[in-house]
Design a protein around this ligand. Structure first.
Ligand SMILES: C[S@@+](CC[C@H](N)C(=O)[O-])C[C@H]1O[C@@H](n2cnc3c(N)ncnc32)[C@H](O)[C@@H]1O
Length: 298
């Protein structure tokens, strides 16, 4: 152990989606308020060309799969957009953005940030598992996007990837592209509080949740008052099959060696990203990236 307080967790918890989503929402409301201070908003404000480090890493890959190699003029839906740092970065890259999240505090911050930076974006408050209906209702039409994007800290909060993938497919226009990058499911199975690489949690899902009680968050030193959250392990095969079963075609996959947040004391820092020192860095992937396309005849 490294002296840090270890959050309490209980595995194999059977909890309804309503109860779990309500607990997670209360926790994300607290976190969003803390993250407005802890995220690097100053860099976005000071430099009109600045992009969040996540989007800066994602764009070169995404550009390979969109018409003309640019987001310019494309309709982009950003799922689980949080306080909007990635959303405004995608808007700076030329996209017409709709951000989706279930946290009103996060969306309030995202709206303020986009207005302050002069980057037009719409924001829709909904459980992402009902995103299609909510976005349609907010925009007043059958909303279809050239790109649906979600990254870093997303599906771990969801119990049902089939429903999630159906939302993605429903939001895409035929020929449109879904971009996903997140912590690798094997990363989430590691015990981040150990001084060596040790598997501490399940890699495979069985429908039950991992229940956490944790006062901390991944950005800054602030503490939350709603400490209870629920997460679900989703192996790579489940992610891929959910997208294929929703009618999408997988066109790109990658596994990365660096993360945009500090997962473990083992990690070394390189600017905004963290990596495991060798030889550990070659032993385990830290991220997974998937790009999938909705067929033109869908
Ligand atoms: C780690 S953030 C991901 C965003 C992005 N990588 C960032 O750091 O700005 C996770 C986001 O997912 C949202 N979220 C979690 N569960 C959700 C759900 N069921 N429906 C919609 N949003 C959800 C939270 O409110 C939070 O804003």
């Amino acid at each position: 152990m490294n002296g840090q307080q270890v959050p309490a967790s209980v595995d194999g918890v059977h909890v309804s989606w309503g109860e779990a989503a309500a607990a997670n929402l209360a926790n994300w409301e607290d976190r969003a308020a803390l993250h407005v201070e802890a995220y690097n908003l100053a860099a976005l404000r000071e430099d009109p060309r600045h992009l969040s480090s996540v989007v800066a890493e994602d764009l070169p890959v995404l550009h390979r799969f969109v018409p003309g190699g640019t987001l310019a003029g494309l309709d982009v839906c950003h799922l689980q957009c949080h306080i909007g740092t990635d959303t405004v970065s995608l808007a700076r890259a030329g996209g017409r953005l709709v951000g989706v999240d279930f946290s009103p505090t996060a969306l309030g911050a995202a709206r303020e940030l986009s207005a302050e930076l002069g980057l037009a974006a719409d924001f829709v408050e909904t459980d992402v598992l009902r995103a299609k209906e909510a976005v349609d209702s907010a925009l007043g039409r059958d909303a279809r996007f050239d790109v649906v994007y979600t990254s870093i800290g997303t599906v771990t909060w969801l119990n049902d990837l089939d429903t999630w993938a159906e939302q993605v497919a429903g939001l895409l226009t035929p020929g449109g592209v879904f971009y996903f990058r997140d912590g690798h499911p094997i990363l989430y199975a590691l015990d981040e509080h150990r001084e060596e690489l040790v598997l501490g949690y399940r890699y495979f899902g069985d429908g039950s949740a991992l229940q956490w009680d944790d006062e901390g968050t991944y950005a800054g030193d602030g503490t939350v008052s709603h400490t209870r959250t629920y997460e679900w392990p989703h192996p790579v095969s489940e992610l891929v099959m959910a997208l294929l079963n929703a009618g999408l075609e997988l066109i790109f996959m990658d596994e990365g060696r660096s993360l945009p947040w500090k997962f473990s004391e083992l990690m070394e820092v390189d600017g905004d990203s963290y990596a495991l020192p060798e030889p550990l860095g070659s032993r385990v992937p830290l991220t997974v990236t998937l790009v999938a396309r909705k067929p033109l005849d869908a």
